[in-house]
Design a protein around this ligand. Structure first.
Ligand SMILES: NC(=O)c1cnc(OC2CCCC2)nc1N
Length: 329
């Protein structure tokens, strides 16, 4: 017979879920833990015990529900509500200048640029309903992706519940931090398993697992960078959107900068190229976007990419062999 009444258990479970989800947010989203792993584990084990005694009180946003109990037979297809666009590329200063000149002709609005690090991972879509994480999918071919909700639920940097009861879709890059990549390859090498060529392939291979306990073991993380139906978020620029996403509990990359000239953008690409090796995650360039949404709409889109954004790509590392990326879009 459980020592607490269902009502007492319910109240304690709610308290523990709120506390544990907050600790997880501090540790994995802010990279600033406020309690020790030991304290976290003690409260996590208390929650597990209470949920075991009162299974009817288990909810989808409980941290104990991040690893699904079943191994999926396959991935179902997901039709994206709006296409997950690709990006045009620029490979040198001249092409960056041409991008600026091209779009300057398409709007009279003053062009302010936001520069974001181009995280080298896998583009994913996360759907939230009334603040609850309900579906995650790969980009796929841009229109149709694969449902990898079970695996994305194991990514601790993805909150199972937002700070606000929002219903919307956010998109970002799921990636494997360099340290996790080195550890994974060391472990695999010791077991005589084939190692991954780079963190992007390791992340793709992890999200492709049908057994979510394998994905859970890969220490993946994520940075979010766009949202659909952001009207409810009341933001008018990309920078304000990123601040708003952070406000509701989502992880955004802090290295972003605003510039009023393409010359400053170029200088930034050189600054980041110089410190790329020190970053704890792989980047393959800088994504440059027109910051104001009104100007983005005026400049518009080509068939498959926004005209108001471009990816400035760094030269591939000489040492790195050019590997075939895992063909799993
Ligand atoms: N890999 C990245 O870090 C990244 C990729 N894509 C975008 O923006 C695309 C999506 C919406 C319009 C352009 N931003 C990023 N930071």
């Amino acid at each position: 017979m459980a020592k607490e009444s269902p009502a007492e258990a319910q109240e304690r479970i709610e308290t523990l879920k709120t506390l544990l989800n907050r600790y997880s947010y501090e540790y994995y989203v802010l990279d600033k833990p406020s309690i020790s792993d030991k304290e976290y584990d003690q409260q996590y084990q208390e929650l597990e015990r209470l949920e075991k005694t009162h299974p009817e009180l288990i909810t989808t946003d409980s941290p104990t529900q991040r690893i699904g109990g079943t191994i999926l037979p396959g991935f179902t297809k997901v039709q994206h509500d709006s296409p997950m666009l690709s990006l045009g590329n620029a490979f040198n200063q001249e092409e960056l200048l041409q991008f600026h000149q091209r779009i300057s002709k398409l709007t009279d609005q003053p062009l302010q640029y936001i520069c974001e690090l181009k995280i080298d991972g896998l583009a994913v879509s996360l759907k939230y309903e009334n603040g609850l994480f309900i579906q995650g999918a790969t980009r796929g071919d841009g229109n149709t992706g694969e449902d990898i909700t079970q695996n994305l639920r194991t990514v601790k940097a993805i909150p199972l519940r937002l700070n606000e009861p929002l219903t919307f879709e956010v998109r970002g890059e799921c990636y494997m931090p360099k340290a996790s990549f080195v550890q994974l390859n060391t472990d695999r090498d010791e077991k005589g398993l084939e190692i991954f060529a780079n963190p992007r392939n390791a992340a793709a291979g992890s999200l492709r697992q049908l057994d979510s306990s394998v994905a859970a073991s890969r220490n993946l993380s994520i940075y979010l960078y766009s949202a659909t139906n952001f009207e409810q978020l009341v933001v008018e620029t990309q920078d304000a959107l990123l601040n708003r996403l952070a406000q509701v509990g989502l992880r955004t990359n802090p290295e972003r900068r605003l510039f009023d000239s393409i010359e400053e953008v170029w200088a930034f690409t050189e600054e980041i190229a110089a410190k790329r090796k020190e970053l704890p995650y792989d980047i393959d360039g800088i994504v440059i976007k027109v910051n104001a949404f009104a100007a983005q709409e005026e400049i518009g889109y080509t068939v498959k990419a926004p005209r108001w954004a471009i990816a400035y790509k760094f030269k591939a590392e000489e040492a790195e062999t050019i590997v075939r990326d895992i063909e799993w879009t």
